[in-house]
Ligand binder design. Structure first.
Ligand SMILES: [Zn+2]
Length: 177
């Protein structure tokens, strides 16, 4: 009996994830910057690349904000599951091929169908508030005039036109930035 899992190369599985989630090159999951440097490999998964974002200075790795992060199944099981889905195998067949119970296989295929990147990641570092500051700075980047004008606008209520132009949607609480 041939076990497909033993034939799968972990390095290629991580490379596959990179290609799927970052088709145009690695970008920061926090601020979407492409200004990224590599920061070694994961301690327990040597093929899992770590990165540092030069823009927001936050760290992430290949699996940050994906459905694979923190999951008890190894990445190669997920990739094989994705492959079998492409072959239109049933959940039952996938479970058999990957030595999973049917509930696990069903849950994995359902998650994979929704995409490998989490739509609304539950924040692990809830105390981090730096992203707000970075976002505001980014809003003024390259537009120093806007900052100057904001403080220099004369006479409150002098003109309706100014009032209408002043508010910025920058403080949206559910910003996806
Ligand atoms: Zn960033």
């Amino acid at each position: 009996m041939i076990h497909i899992q033993s034939l799968i190369d972990d390095a290629k599985c991580f490379a596959t994830v990179r290609t799927l989630r970052w088709p145009e090159g690695v970008s920061c999951p926090h601020c979407a910057s492409f200004d990224i440097t590599r920061q070694g490999r994961d301690d327990t998964q040597p093929e899992r690349q770590r990165y540092l974002c030069q823009s927001c200075e936050r760290r992430f790795d290949d699996l940050t904000d994906t459905i694979f992060a923190g999951h008890h199944q190894p990445l190669r099981v997920w990739i094989l599951c994705l492959y079998f889905m492409g072959l239109n195998l049933s959940n039952h067949q996938i479970a058999q091929e990957l030595d999973l119970n049917k509930d696990d296989a069903q849950q994995m295929t359902r998650q994979l169908r929704q995409g490998i990147v989490r739509k609304k990641p539950s924040p692990t570092f809830t105390d981090e508030v730096e992203c707000d500051e970075v976002y505001i700075v980014a809003g003024h980047k390259g537009k120093p005039d806007a900052v100057v004008k904001k403080g220099g606008t004369a006479g409150a209520g002098a003109s309706r036109g100014n009032v209408a132009a002043a508010p910025s949607p920058r403080r949206s609480p559910r910003s996806s930035g």
